[in-house]
Design a protein around this ligand. Structure first.
Ligand code: FES
Ligand code: FES
Length: 161
C-alpha cells in the first residue's frame, strides 16, 4: 500500500494541511476528513454531478479528482458558497418553487446553476437545461429546477448594481 502524502489546499478559504493516501479522491476527503458532507456522492464515476465543487473557480466533479491533484488549489464546496451568501437567492428560488425533493442532487445542482449564472447571466430555458444536463435528479422532473434558475437570473438582472 502507498504511504500517505502531504497535501496543502484552501477549502472554503481555510488553509488545510493533511496527509492522505494517494488514491483518496477529493469527494471522500471533503466528506470523511473534513466532514463537509454537503458534497454528495452518487455514481462515483463522473456521471451524476452530485459531487460538484469549485476548484480555482471552475466546477469539477470531485469524485474524479484525487485529493493530491488539488494540492495548492482553492476548493469551494456547497457549505462555502452557501455560508458566504453567494447563492442565497438561488437557494430561496429552489425552496419557493419546490425544486428539490430528497435533496440528494441539490448541492451539485446549485453549484452548477451558479456556475451558469456567473458565466451567462441571462440564459434561456434551453441553455439552463443544457448546462444542468450533467446533473441528474431522480425526483423533480427538472421543470421546477429550470424555473428556479430562470427566476434567479431574472431577479439578478433586475437588482440595482
Ligand atoms: S458522484 Fe461524482 S459525478 Fe456522480
Ligand atoms: S431532489 Fe431528489 S435527486 Fe434531485
Amino acid at each position: 500500500m502507498s504511504a500517505p502524502v502531504s497535501v496543502s489546499l484552501l477549502v472554503n478559504g481555510e488553509p488545510i494541511d493533511a496527509f492522505v493516501l494517494p488514491r483518496i479522491n477529493l469527494a471522500d476527503f471533503l466528506r470523511e476528513n473534513l466532514k463537509l458532507t454537503g458534497t454528495h456522492v452518487g455514481c462515483e464515476h463522473g456521471v451524476c454531478g452530485a459531487c460538484t465543487v469549485r476548484i480555482d473557480g471552475e466546477v469539477v466533479r470531485s469524485c474524479l479528482m484525487l485529493t493530491v491533484q488539488a494540492h495548492g488549489a482553492s476548493v469551494e464546496t456547497i457549505e462555502g458558497i452557501s455560508d458566504s451568501g453567494e447563492i442565497a437567492d438561488l437557494q430561496a428560488a429552489f425552496r419557493e418553487r419546490n425544486a428539490l425533493q430528497c435533496g440528494y442532487c441539490t448541492p451539485g445542482m446549485l453549484m452548477t446553476a451558479q456556475d451558469l449564472l456567473k458565466h451567462s447571466p441571462a440564459p434561456d430555458r434551453q441553455a439552463i437545461r443544457e448546462h444542468l444536463s450533467g446533473n441528474y435528479c431522480r425526483c423533480t422532473g427538472y421543470q421546477a429546477i429550470v424555473d428556479a434558475v430562470e427566476a434567479t437570473a431574472r431577479m439578478r438582472a433586475e437588482r440595482p448594481a
